[in-house]
Design a binder for this molecule. Structure first.
Ligand code: MSP
Length: 671
């Protein structure tokens, strides 16, 4: 069996995880799940980088020991990954004993092979980044975070990085795939060509670290030992776990952010060469998530808290958004509006709609059993087109996933979804269901849609694990979703005869204004209590800060404002019993239906935003409640004369029409 070892960076634990860390981990989780579904024996490693002066200082500030701080904050990462459904195979903490042993061994190996010597180091050092800045006359700022550096002089062990210039350049030439994306390769090559200085790899000024066995006043420089985490995490340095190490090392894929590419493509291979170990196949640097066009980072105070995203959107929506929104490798600006848009348009409308329409019709007309298609009809042009698109999608998806082009892989799936949704509209199964002579045609259409649902659910499982397993249950397929092999996925008749599970909406629509308001309320709850002194409080939603947002201000009425009305006020509202005569979808508006309603004295055209909860055919004949004296208004160029009453249910405000238990004449007044 082919093995696949994938790693994320080991995250610093002096701060809580933010969206940037979450991104790398979710990408790794998605790749790991994808590879598992392709039959690989995968090891997915993540973990925490817990030593160094910045942790020592943070612990001092919080009046706890560095170990206590590390224990507490590493849990933050574990909890977050659990909430996102991240299924890592190994979690390495650099404070683990095993890691200490492994780090000392790598140091010793490089020392024994003549690549480490003792000297004195004096240089400009950035404590938060654990990074020396290039030598300069005046205090330089850190190259990574731009903060001011400090002068440090101390006895130190040095790593002979300069000795590896030739071997590194050979590596980049002979294995061009080592540095990804290719656009990053030149920047690394230039850095190495400019000449490599030896690297100070031990500290006497820092206590919170791994002491050297042969010189206990020194601890190993954090970057040197943190990188060793990729080895210690799979068992390096322990004879009992040697097999595991040998099974997985060298790694096939090491994911990092672009800011730490030099550590991973220059220092890391040099350390490995010095220790006589094989090099990883690929290092892949992704871009940054930006907020308001600047890098999201704790020091800038513009981070997005992933827990808040989870609370409002759920894990799969965030996973989908992060992978779909920007091409992997590039930077991307985060906005709540874009996230809400993706959920509503891609997940609720395209994927959710296809599944729920298909399953509802199968349940209604075939007693919950996925029907057999007719062989003749399956080879008709329309069905063939959908089938061919599905076959092409399976191929394209794997090609793009192998290139880490997640956005393109998802785009390919969405082409298939939109072709299939169009196919349903074109073949109008709800109309055929009224004609018994069309039963076999109806079966073919619903089979085709169910088969597309099965295929897309398997393809999307690495990205949307939770939702896809819910869809899978609804499809009623017996085998486990996780056991489906992507490399064996093909168009077929595997769904025929499946007994559907309970049908529920997997991707409810989000109400943009409501969500933005809730996000605002949450992030401003402290400020709000101060500003609530005035009668009316004008507050700015998160949308205001976002240039792409259209909405700007939300007026919050003070609690003193009256919310009761008199009976006279109420009787001004003319509520009537109406009966739906016809219902049609409004072109270009996903939620809107154009209804003709008989209200006793006349028929009215009313537009209602209920298309996602009610099919047009289910409405015809239904008795409803109409606000008859509402001023007419135009929506999408069509006049709406009145309004329907519906309960707004749940978090998403799903409409549920008010109706009657007994027979009532059209036009009867409600009082
Ligand atoms: N501890 C080192 C890594 C050692 S690996 C042996 C470290 N930790 S970190 O917590 O600062 O960063 C971890 C990763 O998060 C990096 O890959 C970094 O690029 C990524 N991100 C931090 N902020 C980010 C964004 N705003 N956007 C995307 N990823 C970013 O570096």
């Amino acid at each position: 069996m082919n093995t696949f070892y994938i790693t994320t960076p080991l995250y610093y634990i002096n701060a809580r995880p933010h969206l940037g860390h979450t991104y790398t981990t979710l990408v790794a989780d998605c790749v790991s799940r994808y590879k598992k579904m392709k039959g690989y024996k995968v090891c997915f490693l993540t973990g925490t980088d817990e030593h160094g002066q910045n942790i020592e200082r943070a612990a001092m500030d919080q009046k706890v020991s560095p170990q206590e701080l590390a224990d507490k904050n590493t849990e933050e990462y574990r909890k977050l990954w659990a909430r996102f459904g991240v299924e890592y195979d190994q979690f390495i903490r650099t404070t683990d004993r095993q890691h200490h042993v492994a780090s000392r061994e790598i140091f010793q190996r490089a020392f024994d092979r003549g690549f480490i010597y003792k000297g004195e180091y004096s240089g400009w050092y950035c404590i938060p980044c654990n990074l020396f800045a290039p030598e300069a006359e005046i205090v330089p700022n850190c190259e990574v975070c731009r903060r001011s550096t400090e002068r440090v002089t101390e006895e130190s062990y040095f790593f002979k990085l300069s000795a590896f210039q030739g071997q590194l350049l050979d590596l980049y030439r002979q294995s061009p795939e080592f540095i990804n994306p290719p656009s990053r390769r030149n920047e690394v090559i230039r850095f190495v060509q400019d000449g490599l200085k030896d690297l100070s790899i031990s500290r006497t000024s820092v206590k919170w670290g791994i002491p050297l066995t042969f010189d206990k006043s020194h601890v190993i420089y954090v970057w040197f030992e943190a990188l060793v985490g990729y080895l210690s995490g799979i068992g390096f340095g322990n004879k009992h776990t040697r097999d595991q190490f040998e099974t997985y090392w060298p790694a096939q894929m090491q994911l990092v952010g672009k800011d730490i590419i030099r550590f991973h493509t220059v220092y890391w291979p040099a350390f490995l060469l010095a220790a006589g170990l094989p090099l990883p196949d690929r290092v892949y640097a992704h871009g940054w998530w930006l907020k308001d066009e600047t890098k999201m980072s704790k020091s800038r105070g513009n981070v997005i808290n992933p827990h808040i995203l989870l609370n409002h959107f759920g894990s799969d929506a965030v996973r989908y958004f992060l992978l779909r929104e920007i091409p992997f490798g590039g930077d991307g600006n985060f906005s709540y509006e874009a996230l809400i848009h993706r959920v509503n348009s891609d997940l609720a409308n395209d994927f959710g709609n296809l599944v729920s329409r298909t399953l509802t019709l199968i349940s209604r007309h075939f007693g919950d059993i996925i029907p057999n298609p007719s062989a003749d009809q399956l080879s008709s042009t329309l069905e063939k087109e959908v089938q061919n698109r599905a076959v092409l999608t399976i191929e394209l998806y794997q090609k793009y996933m192998d290139e880490l082009a997640f956005s393109k892989a998802l785009e390919a799936i969405w082409e298939l979804l939109s072709r299939t949704n169009k196919y349903i509209n074109e073949s109008a199964p709800w109309r055929l269901s009224k004609d018994p002579a069309q039963r076999s045609r109806l079966g073919t259409i619903l089979f085709t849609c169910a088969e597309v649902s099965r295929i897309t659910t398997v393809l999307l499982a690495p990205v949307l694990p939770g939702s896809c397993s819910r869809v899978w249950k609804q499809l009623g397929i017996q085998e486990e979703l996780k056991s489906q092999r992507l490399d064996q996925l093909a168009w077929g008749q595997r769904v025929v005869g499946a007994n559907l599970g309970q049908i529920t909406a997997v991707f409810p629509r989000l109400d943009k204004e409501v969500i933005l308001q809730r996000l605002f309320d949450q992030s401003n709850s402290k400020k709000k209590s101060k500003s609530e002194k005035s009668n009316k409080t004008e507050i700015v939603t998160p949308a205001v800060k976002d240039k792409s947002a259209k909405s700007s201000k939300v007026i919050v009425p003070s609690e003193a404002q009256s919310t009761t009305i008199t009976i006279d006020d109420f009787t001004k509202v003319d509520l009537r019993v109406g009966q739906v005569v016809s219902a049609e979808k409004v072109k270009g508006a996903d939620r809107l239906l154009q209804l003709v309603v008989d209200i006793g004295t006349e028929t009215r055209q009313i537009l209602a935003g209920i298309a996602e909860s009610y099919s047009t055919e289910s409405l015809v004949g239904k008795k409803i409640i109409v606000v008859a004296n509402l001023q007419a208004r135009k929506l999408r160029g069509l006049e709406s004369c009145g309004m329907l009453l519906a309960a707004s249910v749940g978090h998403e405000g799903t409409p549920v029409l008010a109706t009657f238990l007994e027979e009532v004449p059209n036009g009867a007044r409600l009082k």
